[in-house]
Design a protein around this ligand. Sequence first.
Ligand SMILES: Cc1cc2nc3c(=O)[nH]c(=O)nc-3n(C[C@H](O)[C@H](O)[C@H](O)COP(=O)(O)OP(=O)(O)OC[C@H]3O[C@@H](n4cnc5c(N)ncnc54)[C@H](O)[C@@H]3O)c2cc1C
Length: 416
Amino acid sequence: MKIVIAGAGIGGLTAAMCLHRAGFEVDIFEQVSEMRPLGVGINIQAGAVRILSGLGLEPALAATAIETRELRYANRHGQTIWADPRGRHAGLPWPQFSIHRGDLQMILLRAAQEMLGSDRIHFGHRIAGFGQDGKVVKARFAGRDGAIVRETESDILIGADGIHSAVRAHFHPNEGPPKWQGILMWRGVTVGKPYLGGATMVQAGHHTQKFVCYPISRAHAERGEALINWICDLHVGDGALPSREDWNKPGKLEDFLPRFADWKFGWLDVPEVIRSAHTILEFPMVDRDPLPGWSHGRITLLGDAAHPMYPIGSNGASQAILDGEAITAELAKGGDPALALKRYEERRLPPTARIVESNRRRGIDVMLDVVEQRAPEGFSDLDAILPPDELEKIVGDYKKLVAQDRETLLKLAAQK
Ligand SMILES: Cc1cc2nc3c(=O)[nH]c(=O)nc-3n(C[C@H](O)[C@H](O)[C@H](O)COP(=O)(O)OP(=O)(O)OC[C@H]3O[C@@H](n4cnc5c(N)ncnc54)[C@H](O)[C@@H]3O)c2cc1C
C-alpha cells in the first residue's frame, strides 16, 4: 500500500517511520527546501517516548535531551504548589525528555532518511491540490515558484502539514485563522546555571502571567551549565490576532521583561534568565476548534493539522507522535483503508479534542489560578489555601484526560 504524507514535522516523520516499519510504502513531501533546526524547547512525554524508543531513537534522544526529573508548579513568588516526578522518576518504563525542537526534528529526519531512504523524503514540495477517485488519491506538489513539480498517486494521503494545514483547509475552507484568547508567548533559550537539580520543569505564576522554564541540553549539563528554555505568557488582549502567527518572529524584551522584573525566586532569577537569552521569539497562544471528523475517504489529518492545541501541559508534539502509532495500528489491521482511517479518527479525535478543550479552560494550570486568587502575596501554609484533596483532583483529572496517568499509559502500551 502506498502512502503519501504532506509535512515532515514531528508528526509526519514519526508516522512515516511507524508506517514504514509496518511494511507500508511511504513518501513524505515537505514544503521547505531544506530542513533547519528551528524552534526552541519542546517536551516529549513518556507515552510518546515509548513510541520513539520502539523506533530505536532513545539513545539519540538521551544523548541530546535532558531526561526530565520533575514538573514543579509554583506561584509568582517561586513558592512550590505541587511537584510531580516524571517518566522513569515516576516509576514508568520510559523517560520524559525536554529537548530543543530543532534537535528533535533533526534526530527524526536523520532516522527517517536512514529507514525509508533519503529519496523518500522530498523537500521543496508544497501540497497544492489533491483529489480522490475511487481507490486512488492523486496529489499535486508545487515548488518554491508555485509551479507544479510533481504529481503522485497513492492509496492514502495524510495531511501532517501543521497548524496552517492545506489539507485541512481543503475540507474546511471557511475555518479561517487559528483561535486566540489574548495570550502572547515570548520564548527564549539562555545559557545559565542549573537550578533545582538540573532537570526540573517549572511553571510559575498564573494564567494571565506565567513563566515556564526547563533545561533542554545534555551537553550543557555535562559542562555544569543549563541551556534553559523559557516561556513568558502574558494576557495582552482579546479577539482577533494582531497578525498571522509565525514560529520564527523575533520578540522584543521591552514588551514583556518589565512585567517579570521582580520575579526572583532565590533558586532562579527570572529577569536575569530572560535578559541573558540568545534567542527570543514571540508567538501567540493559538489553537483551533476540534473538527467533527478528520478522515474523508482515503485522506486524513495528523498532528497539528488535526488538533492544534495550546501549549499547556506540553502535549503538542506528544499527541502528534501518538497519532503516528495509532494510524499505523489501524492500517495494519488490513481491510478497507477508508475504514481504517475512520477507526484511527475514532481512536484519536475524542482524546485530542478533550485536551484542546481542557487547555482552553487552562487545564492543569487551574491550580496556579486558585492559589493566585486565594493568596496573591504568597502563602505560609499551602494546605490552608488549597487543600490536598482539591489539588489531587485537579491533577488527577488532567493526567487522566491527557493519558499521562500510569494506568492509562501502560494500557496504551499494551494496546499499541
Ligand atoms: C518552524 C517551526 C517551529 C516550531 N517551534 C516550536 C517550538 O519552539 N516549541 C513548540 O512547542 N512547538 C513548536 N512548533 C510546533 C510543534 O512542532 C508542533 O506543535 C508539534 O510538534 C506537532 O507537530 P506536527 O508535525 O503536527 O506539526 P509541525 O511540527 O508544525 O510540522 C508541520 C510540517 O508541515 C510542513 N508544511 C506546512 N504546510 C505544508 C504544505 N502545504 N505542504 C507540505 N508541507 C507543509 C511544515 O513546513 C512543517 O515541517 C514549531 C513548528 C514549526 C513548523
